[in-house]
Ligand binder design. Structure first.
Ligand code: HEC
Length: 153
């Protein structure tokens, strides 16, 4: 193979990777509340029976949450294995799925607000209600603990 053919091959591969790769649509205002104003204070008070705060949940709860996130819950399809919102099904969605590696997002939300969206969805987006159709409320609390763990700060 001549040098120029190698370069051409490399460029073609690079172009294929760029166009063929799944990149989710941009997130819409991740720091803006999703729970409607009249339901927000009640949602903020909703607490898990499994832990005080999801970010301090015991390791075994986080591990169960991971299994549910990647399995029964199907969250991985949109939110991605790395939690960055780049899952294969999320690629076709606008707005894009939430990027759980964003610590600023986590600081803005109480655990109960995340639960509210998992139960009620975020109207007009690909985030549909998943409790109780897909997972139980207890499953969702476990997944919330795992989602919090994507923020590494
Ligand atoms: C079909 C794709 C899809 C699946 C599956 C999915 N989500 Fe989402 N999710 C989204 C999208 C899109 C958004 C962004 C919605 C918005 O911007 O309002 C989102 C947003 C969220 C949010 C952020 C809510 C907020 O307050 O901003 C949480 C929490 C969430 N999803 C949890 C989950 C959990 C837990 C699962 C699995 C049980 C899951 N999602 C499965 C598409 C999905």
């Amino acid at each position: 193979m001549t040098f120029s053919m190698k370069v051409l091959g490399f460029l073609t591969a690079a172009m294929f990777m760029t166009t063929g790769m799944a990149i989710a649509g941009p997130e819409k205002d991740p720091l803006k509340a999703r729970v409607p104003a009249d339901k927000r204070s009640a949602a903020k008070k909703d607490k898990s029976p499994l832990y005080k705060k999801a970010k301090d949940a015991p390791a075994e709860i986080v591990a169960e949450g991971k299994a549910l996130y990647e399995g029964k819950g199907t969250c991985i399809n949109c939110h991605g294995k790395a939690g960055d919102g780049q899952g294969p099904a999320g690629a076709v969605l606008t707005p894009g799925p939430r990027d759980f590696t964003n610590c600023k997002f986590h600081k803005k939300r109480k655990d109960g607000e995340l639960m509210w969206v998992i139960k009620n969805g975020s109207p007009g987006t690909g985030m549909v209600p998943l409790v109780p159709a897909t997972i139980s409320e207890e499953d969702a609390w476990k997944i919330i603990a795992y989602e919090r763990s994507f923020c590494k700060k």
